[in-house]
Design a protein around this ligand. Structure first.
Ligand SMILES: CC(C)(COP(=O)(O)OP(=O)(O)OC[C@H]1O[C@@H](n2cnc3c(N)ncnc32)[C@H](O)[C@@H]1OP(=O)(O)O)[C@@H](O)C(=O)NCCC(=O)NCCS
Length: 162
């Protein structure tokens, strides 16, 4: 079972350390993980999971970089990255189960992908999530472009590169 997260904890730093110790491993995603991995991803982004997600994403999980964070045999987070035509690595998705956020799992997943040997990494962030931009900046990313009205709700797409 996944622990019930850290909401309301008094000392976030202490809790974060505990979380890091409890965190099992960051491992490559296997075919058998596809459904639970993609279901969690959809939930983290407030999207619906359906068979099309599986049809479209399963080959990507197989042929690109996909890592899962596992805690007590349960997938609690993941990251998906893929090569671009320019030879960079595009970090398409980074997500952590809301019950265990704030414990450093997202950063661990990001670091795993940043360990890939590549001349550079890119990713995009929806505007309005300042903490995400700051998180990526702490991992060496810089904002390289902004595209207005990119998303259906009119928000901006912020492209970052490292
Ligand atoms: C983004 C996400 C993966 C972070 O996962 P996480 O396990 O909570 O990340 P970490 O615990 O490693 O925290 C990373 C940093 O972000 C900060 N942070 C995370 N969530 C935050 C929040 N809601 N508000 C403010 N800061 C936040 C943390 O303080 C931490 O900073 P620090 O390293 O200086 O302590 C997770 O919040 C998530 O799944 N969000 C929904 C999906 C999403 O938006 N993904 C990113 C797409 S670009």
């Amino acid at each position: 079972m996944v622990s019930q997260g850290c909401s309301g904890c008094l000392d976030r730093q202490v809790h974060r350390k505990v979380g890091l110790n409890l965190l099992g491993l960051i491992r490559p995603v296997k075919l058998a993980d596809s459904v639970s991995f993609l279901r969690l991803e959809a939930r983290c982004f407030g999207m619906r999971y359906n068979r099309n997600s599986l049809y479209y994403w399963r080959p990507i999980l197989d042929y690109c970089w996909a890592y899962k964070a596992v805690q007590e045999e349960t997938i609690v987070g993941g990251v998906i990255a893929m090569p671009t035509r320019q030879g960079l690595v595009y970090i398409n998705s980074l997500f952590v189960d809301p019950r265990v956020r704030g414990l450093g799992i997202g950063s661990r997943l990001l670091e795993k992908v940043l360990g890939i040997s590549a001349p550079g990494f890119i990713l995009d962030v929806k505007s309005g999530k300042r903490y995400l931009i700051e998180m990526y900046q702490r991992h060496g990313f810089k904002v390289v472009r902004r595209e207005r009205n990119y998303y259906l709700d009119g928000s901006e797409r912020i492209i970052m590169r490292r």
